[in-house]
Design a protein around this ligand. Structure first.
Ligand code: FDA
Length: 379
């Protein structure tokens, strides 16, 4: 169909806003049920965030998705969708399409070749289900009378059901907008406050002076706040700390909370002292930590604090670097089974725009697939 500008109202059963992970999953499922579906996407290509995910290989799910791997204002909300469309369901789809993949670590599954395989798979499923995808489509207004009407640069579209799948604030340079949150507010829905998550943390000025030239050094660590801890790699950067352990804890961090870092997990200080023999402490510690970090530590910190380095981050690298946005459309506003608004019949929210944030490791895509699938069965 030609979607050059048309004044004529283009009528569908379902409009999905956003051709990302959740939107494409919802569209193909609704299309398979015989619904006439159109996806409106303002970028010139679909699935741009999928393409850059997982270092270009898309960590598309995790073999062990559990409700505890998600942060949500209601800790029960996401259970239903995740149980109805599971990681095994998505793996079966990937296998049906013959996409080669591998397990990396901690249950994380990645494409062998490229994230493009996942986008092509979703587009292939949408094409078989006769879903229309309109790219380069700028939306100027959404209103509801008996139906939803969406005014766009490609003319007006109308539908019985409107699915908002336009993601969060993260990475504006590839098309993230506040559109989903704005639309939720327009229809009177409550939003849990949003913040960057899975994001590097930055130093306060005094810490930057001490540590920033260690950029590039990595170490295994346990990183904790009062409520959570993660044992993974930590990475020093010019501006602060990153690496999987820090990204994970960042989702739980709000200022002025301190982050507690154990740089010697599993190695009590006594074992360092025992290993010392006649050597200098600096040389001994270098058996346990990268040498430059060991040296710097002993210049400025006490040995015994290696198990509890208490850091007060200056902030985060913000939405420009955040993998996801925490917060979003409040779970009290939505049916956990269908993702439909409790206040506005026919209005659905799926994926990252909803207040469900996964840990690092494929959990966020699984939420996109599961919530997209749930809405796809209902619209
Ligand atoms: P998504 O962002 O995928 O899609 C939203 C779509 O809506 C986009 O196509 C956007 O252009 C469009 N849109 C926005 N505003 C619009 C408007 N006003 N009008 C029309 N269209 C509009 N997760 C994971 O599980 N494993 C991983 O490996 C990674 N890796 C990763 C790397 C990087 C660099 C980032 C930034 C993020 C990840 N993630 C991840 C997170 C994952 O990408 C994210 O959780 C999902 O893409 C969310 O899916 P959605 O469909 O909700 O949004």
């Amino acid at each position: 169909m030609d979607y050059g500008y048309s004044k004529r109202l283009q009528s569908f059963d379902v409009i999905v806003i956003g051709a990302g992970a959740a939107g494409l999953m919802c569209a193909m499922e609704a299309g398979k049920r015989g619904r006439r579906v159109v996806v409106l996407e303002h970028n010139a290509e679909p699935g741009r965030k999928i393409l850059i995910s997982g270092g270009g290989r898309c960590n598309f799910t995790n073999r062990e998705c559990r409700p505890e791997n998600y942060i949500c204002s209601n800790p029960h909300f996401h259970k239903s969708a995740l149980a109805r469309y599971t990681e095994s369901d998505f793996i079966a789809l990937v296998e049906k399409h013959g996409i080669p993949y591998h397990h990396k670590t901690l249950g994380q599954l990645f494409c062998d070749r490229s994230a493009r395989d996942i986008v092509d798979m979703l587009l292939g499923e949408c094409a078989s289900a006769e879903v229309d995808i309109v790219l380069g489509c700028r939306i100027s207004e959404v209103r509801k009378s008996t139906e939803f009407v969406v005014e766009t640069s490609r003319g007006p579209f109308s539908s019985q059901a409107l699915v908002v799948a336009c993601g969060g604030h993260s990475i504006p340079k590839i098309g993230a907008t506040s559109f989903g949150y704005d639309l939720a507010r327009q229809f009177g829905l409550q939003i849990a406050p949003t913040r960057p998550a899975l994001v590097p943390l930055t130093w306060k000025a005094a810490d930057a002076t001490l540590w920033s030239d260690l950029a590039g050094i990595a170490a295994e660590a346990i990183v904790a706040t009062d409520s959570q801890q993660f044992r993974e790699k930590l990475l020093f950067t010019h501006r602060g700390l990153s690496g999987p352990a820090i990204l994970q804890i960042s989702s739980y961090w709000t200022p002025p909370v301190r982050v507690h870092i154990d740089l010697l997990p599993g190695a009590p200080i006594e074992s360092v002292l025992e290993a010392r023999g006649n050597r200098t402490l600096k040389n001994t510690l270098a058996d346990f930590l990268p040498k430059r970090l060991a040296e710097r530590w002993l210049e400025h910190q006490r040995l015994e604090d290696l198990h509890d380095w208490s850091v007060e981050p200056g902030g985060t690298e913000g939405y420009a670097k955040a993998e996801v946005t925490a917060g979003g459309v409040h779970p009290d506003e939505l049916s956990s089974k269908t993702m439909e608004s409790r206040k506005v019949a026919g209005l659905y929210f799926i994926g990252e725009v909803v207040d469900v944030t996964g840990h690092l490791g494929g959990y966020n895509f699984q939420w996109a697939w599961s919530s997209g699938w749930a809405a796809g069965q209902a619209v």
